[in-house]
Ligand binder design. Structure first.
Ligand SMILES: Cc1cc2nc3c(=O)[nH]c(=O)nc-3n(C[C@H](O)[C@H](O)[C@H](O)COP(=O)(O)O)c2cc1C
Length: 384
């Protein structure tokens, strides 16, 4: 059944296969970004504008790529960023991604807009779990989500702060990717020509926004589009005080996701966060903003000794991860690097994608002449 996924050796292979397997509105929801998608492209290009400088004849072997981030030991220095609606991409959804992350001993991020419940994930996935909190206008809902994570032993939480309003994702307008779907004719044709996806979609148990639906009263028209959801449902007046209060209520490892400036990184330290994810939401929010890798060095210089700095977005290759680690990131995280694989082949696809990245990191570390990621430093990098 999985056939072609065994021939996927890298990010682009999985992306191409996901494009074949998914009806186009769904593919473009994953693949697209805001406005002209300049930031989205830059997120990867930034990595390709500096070069690694290897040291040879070091006898590097017994590679140790483990890292500890937010108090969690990860067997590889990249983890799965939280992403919405995973069962729309493949019926195995969050559980499939979580099981794959578990196999590789890495962290698994669960979105507030996830399609499996906090309870179910906690029962099935034993590797470190990060819950991504969108702070809603409805405080009762925020408290409910935090309490669910406490009750079900999630180790870490991240509050996303780059989504006060929805990004302008124009591909979704063209395809009609709204909830409920409002498809263009071309999009309807695309669903009809992807019968395998449609078969699974309609024969597997119906999915829902498992964590929100339990709280939001029935009949509430929660979402017309993901952008609308941000604008209508989220607390657009979220500020540092509220984030600090959420951190206090949570009381465990706490990250702020979507930090891009040194000033904000310092404020994150002040409100007691234990990590920041330098992230522009995969280019899906503010187009024209800088890339996480471009911002990494100055942020690490300012707060790297006080807080775990995670570099997120645009990662396609093991060498991208080694470059971020060389500049002082504790770990990296990525969304599309596993989402295309999920769409292409469910849990097995995600395992292959993580396996490919792991092999790349291992091979690249040997070629760089380092046995442990601790040996990586700025000396390994030259900017052009
Ligand atoms: C399809 C998709 C859905 C996403 N959903 C969420 C979400 O629900 N919450 C969130 O904080 N970030 C979300 N993100 C952003 C990711 O957490 C992450 O920041 C981004 O994917 C990193 O960029 P990359 O895809 O280039 O790795 C989503 C990204 C994608 C591609």
């Amino acid at each position: 059944m999985f056939g072609d996924i065994d021939k996927c050796h890298n990010f682009e292979d999985f992306r191409n296969l996901a494009k074949k397997r998914l009806p186009s509105p769904i593919f473009h929801y994953i693949d697209g970004a805001a406005d002209d998608e300049v930031t989205y492209r830059r997120n990867t290009e930034a990595y390709n504008q500096c070069d690694l400088v290897p040291n040879v004849l070091t006898g590097a072997k017994d590679i140790d790529m483990s890292t500890t981030v937010m108090g969690q030991k990860l067997n590889m220095p990249i983890y799965c960023a939280p992403t919405a609606l995973q069962r729309l991409f493949h019926h195995e959804g969050e559980i499939g991604v979580g099981k794959a992350a578990e196999k590789f001993g890495t962290m698994f991020g669960v979105s507030s807009l996830g399609t499996a419940s906090i309870e179910e994930i906690s029962k099935t996935v034993s590797s470190p779990k990060l819950f991504q909190l969108y702070v809603h206008k409805d405080e009762g809902l925020n408290n409910y989500l935090i309490e669910q994570c406490q009750e079900h032993n999630f180790e870490t939480m991240a509050v996303t702060v780059d989504s006060a309003v929805g990004g302008n994702r124009e591909r979704d307008f063209y395809t009609g990717f709204t909830i409920p779907l409002n498809l263009s004719l071309k999009s309807i044709f695309s669903f009809a020509t992807h019968p395998a996806w449609a078969f699974n979609y309609f024969t597997k148990p119906k999915w829902e926004l498992s964590n929100l639906n339990k709280h939001v009263s029935e009949g509430t028209n929660m979402m017309t589009s993901v952008g609308d959801y941000f604008t209508k449902m989220l607390d657009n007046a979220l500020d540092w005080k509220k984030v600090e209060a959420i951190n206090k209520k949570w009381g465990k490892q706490f990250a702020i996701k979507g930090i891009m400036s040194v000033e904000d990184a310092k404020k994150a330290v002040d409100v007691g966060a234990t990590a920041i994810m330098i992230s522009n939401h995969g280019g899906r929010q503010l187009d024209g903003s800088r890339s996480p890798f471009d911002q990494l060095e100055e942020i690490v210089n300012a707060v790297g000794d006080k807080i775990d700095v995670i570099c997120e977005g645009g990662i396609k290759r093991g060498t991208h991860i080694l470059k971020a680690l060389s500049l002082g990131a504790k770990a990296c995280s990525g969304g599309r690097m596993y989402l295309y694989a999920l769409a292409a082949g469910g849990q097995k696809g995600v395992e292959l994608a993580l396996g490919n990245l792991k092999k790349e990191i291992e091979r690249d570390m040997i070629l760089m002449g380092v046995s442990s990621i601790k040996e990586l430093s700025k000396k390994n990098l030259r900017f052009r």
